[in-house]
Design a protein around this ligand. Sequence first.
Ligand code: PSU
Ligand code: MN
Length: 309
Amino acid sequence: MMKHPNFAIAPEIRIALDLGAPIVALESTVITHGLPRPQNLELARDMEKQVRAFGATPATIALLDGKIRIGLSDEELVRLSEADSVLKVSHRDFATAIVKKTNGGSTVAGTMFAANMAGIKVFATGGIGGVHKESPFDISTDLHSLAEIPTIVVCAGAKAILDLPATLEYLETMGVPVVGYQTDEFPAFYSRQSELGVSVRLDSPKEIAEFAQVHWNLGMKSGILVTNPIPETDAISKLEMEPIIAKASAEAIEQGIHGQKLTPFLLGRINELTKGKSMKANLALLLNNAHLAAEIAGEMGSKKKIWAI
Ligand code: PSU
Ligand code: MN
């Protein structure tokens, strides 16, 4: 097979792919645009540690000097987390990053695309993008990718800054299963509750892996959204979050913030308004998702059996 000129797969990931060992893809927009320094680098390292602790190999996906990189070394994580001019890379931005030879953090959509190209089926993030409240036609490419790319995306629901009912309607229209992990309710990122339903509740990583096999064996092409509620100890109630989100949202409209800048603006502003509490919750749910994703990857069944001797 010809090697794709725009991708570079780290040696460790190449070996894991050849062995059919469990791998979890990790996104990098959260590192480049979602969190401030130095928490972004700490989080990037902790996500990788968490995936390893639960028996899988982490593949952080990002763009460095115009190459799509599957798996980063620690030096490369440092470079990415400190980079000053870095693109937020979704589908339409890959070619831009490549021709301009720039660095980029891949969004959920971008990471799904690259992971699938590399043959990685399981991916952990914080919260997916969705339909924005500020402008109903600002619909994240994440939703479109969930409809078209067959990967399992583990998240804590869609970010609470979004129009959650509209986001769920869109996923339903596009035929994307929304799995509630040990819950009947769609989690709302910072909060465990939303009063909105999921399409199926599954209670173990094994059941999720089986569900995915059945879905894809039927010939379905879509991804599977696995929603994992934030741990109880770090959750912030809907009541507490609602006025804060409303305030940040109003400021975004006032300041004319839209497009790619909207999500980072809202996350940053909410973090200021909660005096860091929302970021703490964001970090906790990210690690919780890395944990579940590693367990699902472990249940996905490898191409070859590896015997320990
Ligand atoms: N989850 C987090 N923090 C983030 C994101 C997810 O906890 O910053 C990123 C993801 O990369 C997601 C993006 O794809 O926010 C959504 O951006 P937009 O709404 O512009 O599509
Ligand atoms: Mn958007």
